[in-house]
Every structure is written in structure tokens, then in C-alpha cells.
Design a protein around this ligand. Structure first.
Ligand code: ATP
Ligand code: PAU
Ligand code: K
Length: 249
């Protein structure tokens, strides 16, 4: 079994899979390196033979996580690195090393699943969209604040926007105009995300007509699902790309 990690800016998503058939043994989402090691160590009957990582954190933070994993599980983690070209996809950035690895792997995963033009929308701490043409050319993409950042900017830069997580969750039962601060902010931010997604869809239509696939991934994908009903929701899209970039046997 191997451990797979997607280290985002706020959370680490992890999975333990059987390498031979990619069957998922276990998985979770944690907010620290220590919590990760504790959760994986708590799995009974799991013997790790390897580990692969995609990280958008600093090199120092990623190295520290690899060292922790080596110490806890006696495996050397493989870290996915940028490439100008891989699996038929050409990185569209002027400096290919600057493209976030989570974006690159999601794009590789999406193109692998379709072999056609695709739009990848990833809604996490940041909201990202990437475009890949049918010939594998990555055309670039967009980055803007995701739900957690929009929310915290409003809370930080205003005096009177204050509410707790439980009321935030309740506020999202509908998207009607808000009749309280929490409803107004939470619903407003969801509409921003939906607007982002719809605009990407318009761009994709302008480029490719109807001939493309939309992928939706990231922790906040459910918030825009209804706005892009044609999207394929693939929560593990980054892991699909990670397996391609870091094959283990
Ligand atoms: N079980 C969960 N734990 C934490 N966040 C969750 C969970 N389910 C959904 N979410 C939502 O997912 C969002 C974070 O998404 P994700 O985990 O994709 O971010 P990230 O990978 O840290 O960020 P990024 O990919 O932009 O670096 C949060 O806004 C949160 O509301
Ligand atoms: C945009 C984020 C923060 C999203 O996780 C990540 O992909 C990243 O750090 N990217 C580097 C900047 C870029 O992609 O242009
Ligand atoms: K991520």
C-alpha cells in the first residue's frame, strides 16, 4: 500500500491505496502534518511501501513533511515536480515551473480522462480554472480567492461582519437574498464562485463550441454544482495526475 498526499494551502488530503489496482483503502483530510501522521499511523494493518506527494507549499515545508513521513513510516516520499510537457499535455505558462503543481496535476488527470478539450475548475482556498485544448496544449488559466479567502477578507476588513461556522452552514440552505449578515455574506460569496464557474464555461464555449468536458474538483465543488450541471465532479482529480507524474510499483 502507498500513501498519497495533496498538500494544499489550508488542508492536506490523504489516501492510502493498493498500488496494483488503485483500490482505496482509506483516506481523509487534515489541517497539519502532525494530524496526518497520527491518522495514518492509527490505521490498523497498513504497511506502507511508498509515498507520493503533490504540494503547493514552500520547499522547506514540503521537505519537513517528507522527513516526518520517512521517520514515521520508513518510506521515502516522491514529490511531483513541474514539467514542460507530460502525458501529451504541454504546460502553457511562460515559465512552466511557476504553474501550481495542483493545477498541473489536475490538468494532466483531466486530459488523461478525456483525451479532448477540457476546462478544469478547482475550488479550494483559491479558485482556479485551467484550459486544455484537444491537442493537449494547456492554454493557461485563472486564479482568484476561493470561499475561505473571500469570507475571511470580509471578516478581517469590516467591523460588523462577525458570525460563527454553524450559522454559516445554515445560511447556505438557500441562495435567496440574505436577511441577516451571515446569509448575505455566505450567499454572496457562493454567487461569486458560481459566477466564476459560469464565466469559465462561457470562455470554453467561445473557444471550443460544445466540444469539451468540464471537470469540477476541490473541497468547495458542491457549492457550484448546480451552476454547471454538465460538469464531471471528480474529487480525486489531482490524485489522478499525481499517479501519472509519480508512478510507483
Ligand atoms: N472535510 C472537509 N474538511 C475541510 N474542508 C472541507 C471539507 N469538505 C469541504 N471542505 C471545503 O473545502 C474548502 C477547501 O478546499 P480544498 O481542501 O480543496 O483546499 P486546499 O487544497 O487547501 O486549497 P488550494 O487547493 O486552493 O490550495 C474549504 O472551503 C471547505 O469549506
Ligand atoms: C494558486 C494555488 C495557490 C492554488 O492552490 C497554487 O496552484 C499555487 O501556488 N500556484 C502557483 C501560482 C500559479 O499557479 O501561477
Ligand atoms: K489543492
Amino acid at each position: 500500500m502507498i500513501l498519497e498526499l495533496d498538500c494544499g494551502n489550508s488542508f492536506i488530503k490523504w489516501r492510502v491505496i493498493h498500488v496494483a489496482d488503485a483500490v482505496i483503502e482509506s483516506g481523509g483530510i487534515v489541517d497539519s502534518d502532525q494530524a496526518l501522521v497520527a491518522e495514518v499511523a492509527a490505521l490498523a494493518s497498513v504497511r506502507l511501501s511508498g509515498c507520493r506527494i503533490v504540494s503547493v507549499r514552500s520547499e522547506e515545508e514540503t521537505d519537513a513533511l517528507c522527513a516526518l513521513i520517512a521517520q514515521a513510516f520508513a518510506v521515502q516520499a516522491r514529490v511531483a515536480h513541474p514539467a514542460r510537457e507530460m502525458a501529451g499535455v504541454r504546460n502553457g505558462y511562460d515559465d512552466y515551473q511557476r504553474l501550481g503543481m495542483d493545477r498541473w496535476l489536475a490538468v494532466l488527470g483531466a486530459f488523461h480522462l478525456t483525451r479532448g478539450a477540457c476546462l478544469v475548475i478547482d475550488l479550494g482556498t483559491a479558485a482556479k480554472a485551467d484550459f486544455v485544448a484537444a491537442d493537449g496544449e494547456h492554454l493557461g488559466g485563472y486564479i482568484c480567492p476561493g470561499m475561505p479567502l473571500m469570507r475571511s477578507q470580509l471578516r478581517t476588513h469590516t467591523r460588523r461582519i462577525r458570525y460563527d461556522d454553524a450559522s454559516a452552514e445554515r445560511a447556505l440552505a438557500s441562495l435567496e437574498p440574505g436577511r441577516s449578515t451571515v446569509e448575505a455574506v455566505e450567499r454572496g460569496c457562493v454567487l461569486m464562485l458560481q459566477g466564476f464557474a459560469r464565466t469559465q464555461l462561457e470562455q470554453a464555449r467561445a473557444l471550443w463550441g460544445q466540444d469539451f468536458t468540464v471537470f469540477l474538483t476541490g473541497g468547495d465543488a458542491p457549492l457550484v454544482r448546480e451552476a454547471v450541471p454538465q460538469a464531471r465532479v471528480v474529487p480525486d482529480l489531482v490524485f489522478v495526475g499525481l499517479a501519472m507524474a509519480c508512478p510507483l510499483d
